[in-house]
Each structure stands twice: as C-alpha cells, then as structure tokens.
Design a protein around this ligand. Structure first.
Ligand SMILES: Nc1ncnc2c1ncn2[C@@H]1O[C@H](COP(=O)(O)OP(=O)(O)OP(=O)(O)O)[C@@H](O)[C@H]1O
Ligand SMILES: [Mg+2]
Length: 479
C-alpha cells in the first residue's frame, strides 16, 4: 500500500504474495471487517511509464536548451518582440542547438519542446499551460514532482512536473521578483498576485520540507453570479430571494466557510444586490472581488517588506476607510485585529457591510469572532463582547465544500440578539443531506426550517415583501 500523496515506489512486476504470517495487528482484527476497504487509487492521472520517460527526456533536453537559449537570446529585445516572431526565433535556435548536439526528436516532440521553451522564456514554465487552461481553478504544487489541479471541484494529479527544485524555485523567484518581493531561507513564504490577477502563495524549504509548496487560486474573469450559483445548485431561488432582501435592506452579513469553500465567490455574488447608487469600499489581502457597481473604491493591504517596513495592515485600511465616507464596507476576509473596527463599522452607520471568516458553522463563526477580539488584546467582559457581536452581525451565511467537491450554501442563520449571556440565533435555510450515491455524490436538498425571518417586517418596510411560503420547510427536489 502506498499513500496517494506519495510518489509510487518502483513496484515488483507481479503483486507481492500475501505474507504467510499476518502481522500481529492484522491477526487481531476480526476476519470480516466492518470497515469498508480503503480505496487508494494510484495517483489519478498518473501517466504511463513510457509517456513519463518521454517527458523526462524532453524535460532534460529542455533545461539544457533553455540555458543555451538564454545565452543566445537578446533578452532586452525580448520585451518588444512580437509573439510569432519570438516563437519562430526560439524554434530556429532550438533546431540549431539540437543539430549541434545530434539530438533527434520527432515532429510532435519538437513542437512540444518549442512550446515549453517559449513558456519557459516568457512565462512561468510548466505552470503556464495550467494558467492558460480555463477549466483549471486551483493549482497546488507539492515540490517539483507533484502538481495537483482542481477541475470542476475535483482535485487531480496532473502529469506536469518541474525538472527539479531549482527549476521550481526559479519560477517562484520570477513571480515574486515581478512584484518586488523576495523569497528565500530567511523569508520562506510569500503572497503575491500574478499579472492576470490570480492569487499566489509560496513557501520554500526548509520550512517546506519536501520542496517548495505553491498554491494558486486562478483569477476568474467571469465570476460566478447569483444565477450561476442557483443553477449549479449552490443554493435555491428562494434562498436567493431572501439574500436579496437581506443585502438590499442593509443587513450586516458574514460569509463563513472553510478554505476554498466558496466564501469569496459568495461575497462577490451577494454584492451584486447592492444598489448602484451606494459608495462601496473593499479591503482585501489580494484583490479578488469584482463589484459591478459604479462607485467602488478598492484597497489592498500590504505585508511588511524584507526589512520589516512599509506594512499597511487590513486594520489600517479599515480605519482609513471609515474616513472615506463609505456607504458600505466589504472586507475580503476578517482574520485578525481588524475585527474590532469591522464590528464597530457595522454598529455605527455602515449597515450593510460584509466580510468572510473561516469557520465551520454559524456558532463556530461567533466563537471565532470572540477569539479574534480576545487575540487583539481587547479586555472586555465576554458578555460585552457578545453583545457587541450580536448587535453588529445580522446574518451568517455558511459556505461549504462537501466531500464530493460540490460547493453549497449549507446554512443561512440570523443573529437575533442576546438571551442572558448567550447570542441567540435562528437558522432559516439549510442543506439537508440524506445520503450518498454509490459513486460518492451527495444526495440532499435545501429546505427552509419553518422559522420566519426575524427581519420580515424590515423586509416589508423596505419593499421586499417575501411570500410566507418561502419559510415553509418543503422537501425540494434532490440536487
Ligand atoms: N458553487 C460553486 N460551484 C462551483 N464552483 C465554485 C462555487 N463556489 C466557488 N467555486 C469555485 O471554487 C473556487 C474557490 O472559491 P472561493 O475563492 O470563493 O473560495 P474561498 O472560500 O474564498 O477560498 P479561500 O479560503 O482560499 O479564500 C473558485 O475557483 C470558485 O470559482
Ligand atoms: Mg477567499
């Protein structure tokens, strides 16, 4: 057995025979185990041996050629080169070098090599093809030999690799130096934004143990809107109508969820309900939100530079934003001391503000806010903290990435006030799981909980008269 996250060791030609004497632990297990056999698939898209060998050979030739190409190319002229010209220039230099070295390649390999060389010289090497592939939404590199990609919610091992750690480091350097940052042993991790807007994070050895780790969240030109999300089954039309009422009537909304669960996508989609006449300020670590309104001011916080200077924290941006006369403030993610200013903004005239937090459910989300306040060094009795939270936050929308890769809004919960020392909440909609298909797809449906919104009157007064039927727990068609 081998882990699917580990490179497969050379296998014996025939399956190893079962050892005659089972190991002690196995012997102690009952003959018919209650457990399902663990399915460990060989890395999903692992290329066949022959194909891998061909790639390795090409990769070696490519590295060799690349070095020589750099010596032969006039890099200053590169900047102004027309793509077609540059491609043909690279191809002809490559042909020359190949002839010199008496390396013979077939047409297909030569074309592939020319393409890779072009990507290597002008772009981000092996990552370039993935960045250009619109079906890929995330790229996760675990050292030079393993690149996972996410397509339609599913992570797969790609057959693309770097030659070695040095090659990977060179590409990382290229990315971070383009944005004036540095990454090395003393600054082992870095956040950056690629030229196309994609979010980039890298961590290099020795902190990354088996080679550099890179994560890229690809920038989507056309962000998923409310209609797309309804169509994908992320939530229902009824939930969308409720959310429209909530955002339009300026409830303060927190989108809670795990990593990659669709928080930013949800926040972006919700923002489409904001009226075009409002002045919106957005604050993010890496600008991802794409608001459709006219009056939008976007801010991006900045980490300290190599000398530890020049930091502009999300809190600094938020404090400044309050002096910029916003109608609403949207903070990409609240994860630190900016929570204080966020809650204050929500409490003091910037109704309709929105943010995201990392939490697994609404109750967790509240605890997370409490913890952030405690970590920010604010000494306030817990009851006062809770009362501050309960009057600031109106709605918690939970985004989840389920085990089959689908992303859904698993709960919409209202914060209704305080009961004694406890924040009271009521869930209005939820995703009800009922089972699993044989191929591990989740079966379930969205349903209202039967609880009428605490804000119904407000909705009505603002002209969003939702029919009472949307609060009825109807068992909807499984999606
Ligand atoms: N309902 C959905 N259906 C299909 N794809 C989705 C859905 N919601 C989000 N995605 C896609 O999932 C990816 C992750 O989404 P998003 O960036 O919103 O997650 P996140 O929770 O903000 O992640 P992070 O924690 O890394 O900031 C994106 O590529 C996005 O386009
Ligand atoms: Mg996000």
């Amino acid at each position: 057995m081998f882990s699917k996250y580990k490179k497969q060791a050379a296998k014996p030609a025939t399956p190893a025979p079962q050892p005659a004497a089972a190991p002690a632990a196995a012997a102690a297990a009952p003959a018919a185990s209650l457990r399902r056999p663990v399915q460990r698939k060989a890395a999903e898209a692992a290329p066949m041996d022959k194909e891998r060998k061909r790639k390795e050979r090409l990769s070696e030739i490519k590295i060799q050629l690349h070095r020589e190409l750099l010596e032969n190319l006039n890099l200053a002229a590169l900047e102004n080169a027309v793509e077609a010209e540059l491609r043909s220039e690279i191809a002809s230099i490559a042909t020359e070098i190949l002839a010199e070295k008496s390396i013979v390649l077939n047409r297909e390999d030569r074309q592939q090599l020319n393409k890779e060389l072009y990507d290597e010289v002008t772009g981000l090497g092996p990552l370039e093809a993935l960045l250009q592939d619109d079906t890929v939404s995330d790229i996760l590199v675990n050292g030079p030999q393993q690149i996972f990609v996410e397509r339609s919610g599913k992570l797969q091992l790609s057959d693309i690799t770097f030659k070695d750690e040095k090659h990977l480091m060179r590409i990382i350097d290229k990315i971070v130096s383009a944005v004036g940052r540095r990454v090395d042993e003393s600054n082992p991790y870095v956040d950056a934004r690629l030229a196309d807007g994609s979010r980039f994070n890298a961590m290099v050895p020795p902190i990354a143990v088996d080679g550099s780790l890179v994560s890229i969240r690809k920038f989507k030109k056309d962000k998923l809107g409310i209609d797309d999300l309804v169509q994908f089954g992320a939530f229902t039309e009824e939930m969308a109508a409720y959310l429209q009422a909530a955002v339009s009537t300026r409830l303060n909304v927190i989108v809670s969820g795990g990593t990659g669960s669709g928080k930013t996508t949800t926040l972006n989609a919700l923002s489409s309900f904001i009226d075009n006449s409002e002045r919106i300020l957005t604050i993010e670590d890496t600008a991802e939100l794409q608001l459709q309104q006219t009056h939008v001011g976007r801010m991006e916080s900045r980490p300290p530079n190599v000398e530890g200077k020049g930091e502009v924290s999300p809190r600094d941006c938020l404090k400044n934003a309050l002096r910029m006369r916003p109608d609403r403030i949207i903070v990409g993610e609240t994860r630190g001391e900016e929570v204080i200013d966020m809650l204050q903004a929500m409490n003091t005239g910037h109704d309709g503000s929105m943010t995201t937090i990392h939490a697994n459910n609404a109750r967790d989300g509240i605890s997370r806010l409490e913890n952030m306040i405690a970590m920010a060094g604010i000494e306030m009795p817990l009851k006062a903290v809770r009362s501050q939270i309960s009057s600031a936050v109106n709605l918690i929308v939970q985004a989840s990435r389920l085990q089959d890769g689908s992303r859904r809004m698993t709960s919409i919960t209202e914060v209704t006030g305080m009961e004694g020392d406890v924040i009271s909440m009521q869930e209005i909609f939820r995703f009800q799981r009922v089972g699993l298909t044989p191929d591990n797809k989740i079966i379930g449906h969205f349903t209202a909980t039967g609880v009428r919104s605490h804000f119904s009157e407000r909705f009505r007064l603002w002209g969003f008269d939702l029919p009472p039927s949307i609060y009825e727990p109807t068992v909807m068609e499984a999606r």
